[in-house]
Design a protein around this ligand. Structure first.
Ligand SMILES: [Cu+2]
Length: 358
């Protein structure tokens, strides 16, 4: 994957800061708070989760359908002038997952979001975990309690503002939290977990004949509208390697064009199609992992262990909207697998390569 963020990294010192807690508090107090502004746009793009059409784990061709019409967040220059290039800060900025939103405690985070969903023509929003905000920056739609920023119409934009606190340090998900497609903004609707939408039913909710009987909450996130919020500890040395990973599924009952459910790492499925992460012995490594959807997952890296809750482990559970930071110093060269240890998910494509040079 990309440069410093997803492959090479700056050569930085290892180990914890020598500063005591009083010095740390002083350093944080002395750090000038920043305003971090992002110009995000929602776009719709065709996506194939398994473009290689071959699964090296099973040694067999991929015959199930893995293409869908995705919705993605991407970051632009101010006033949505130009798409920003990939960078260590943003990640690949190709939408799978969305751009990394970064800040530090004391900062103000501002997100200008424009809805360019010309395919589904649905209202959308953004909802961040981990930061503090007032209700008008919640982005969470309900039919009975209406607020600005919960259902941005196509072609329109909205600005959200967040306070980044000490308790915000860590890795968090963000995602679309707007209308179930069949109801439209402010609409009603039923609550069954199944609906049909996508290329065969893409007329949008704005009076163009969409008539799904079973709307799904957070369907925008299922189609791809998700990403990572990473709030750094200003007293901590950044890791040499940062790997961002988003776990979720596409359900054939929700997404038109599929003949079965698809299990995804960063919008890709099956070994050789999913991201290949790289490190070398001696690197400090941090995985930033989020999960969305309805499934629970078990993140596992072969040949490695890390600390969690005072224990050494090599597998860790995460459920919908939870996140993990997995930290270790790389000590084991080789070609390794990382995967979800729910076997059905691994067989469904939640598996990738992790390559460590000596
Ligand atoms: Cu899983």
């Amino acid at each position: 994957m990309l440069g410093g963020l997803l492959g090479g990294g700056a050569a930085v010192g290892l180990g914890p800061s020598a500063a005591d807690s009083a010095t740390r508090r002083r350093r944080r107090r002395n750090r000038a708070p920043q305003t971090r502004e992002y110009w995000l746009q929602i776009d719709s793009v065709p996506r194939d989760a398994a473009p290689n059409k071959f699964d090296p784990m099973m040694g067999s061709p991929i015959t199930i359908r893995t293409a869908w019409q995705a919705l993605i967040f991407r970051a632009y220059t101010p006033n949505w002038g130009q798409l920003l290039p990939a960078s260590r800060s943003l990640g690949r900025n190709h939408g799978f997952p969305g751009p990394i939103l970064r800040a530090q405690p004391g900062d103000t985070l501002i997100i200008h979001l424009r809805n360019n969903d010309t395919y589904y023509q649905e209202p959308h929003s953004i909802h961040l975990h981990g930061v503090r905000y007032q209700p008008p920056s919640d982005g969470a739609w309900t039919s009975t309690f209406t607020q600005p920023g919960t259902a941005i119409p196509v072609g329109d934009s909205y600005t959200y503002t967040y306070d980044v606190l000490e308790t915000s340090i860590g890795t968090w998900p963000y995602h679309d939290h707007s209308v179930p497609f069949s109801t439209g903004a402010g609409g009603g609707g039923t609550s069954s977990p199944h609906m049909s939408m996508g290329p065969t039913a893409n007329q949008g909710s704005s009076g163009q004949g969409i008539n799904h009987p079973y709307p799904v909450m957070e369907i925008g996130a299922e189609l791809g509208l998700m990403g990572h919020v990473i709030i750094a500890d200003p007293d901590e040395t950044p890791p040499d390697r940062e790997f961002v990973l988003a776990l979720h599924e596409l359900y054939a009952s929700d997404v038109a064009g599929l003949d079965g459910d698809v299990d995804l790492f960063n919008g890709n499925s099956f070994l050789g199609n999913t991201p290949t992460f790289k490190a070398k012995v001696g690197d400090t490594v941090r995985w930033h992992i989020i999960a969305l959807g309805v499934e629970f997952h078990v993140f596992h890296v072969h040949g490695h262990r890390w600390q969690s809750g005072g224990r050494n482990i090599d597998s860790e559970i995460l459920g919908p909207s939870t996140s993990l930071q997995v930290d270790y110093v790389e000590d084991n060269p080789g070609r390794w697998l990382y995967h979800c240890h729910v076997v059905e998910h691994m067989m469904g494509g939640m598996v990738g390569w992790y390559l460590v040079d000596s």
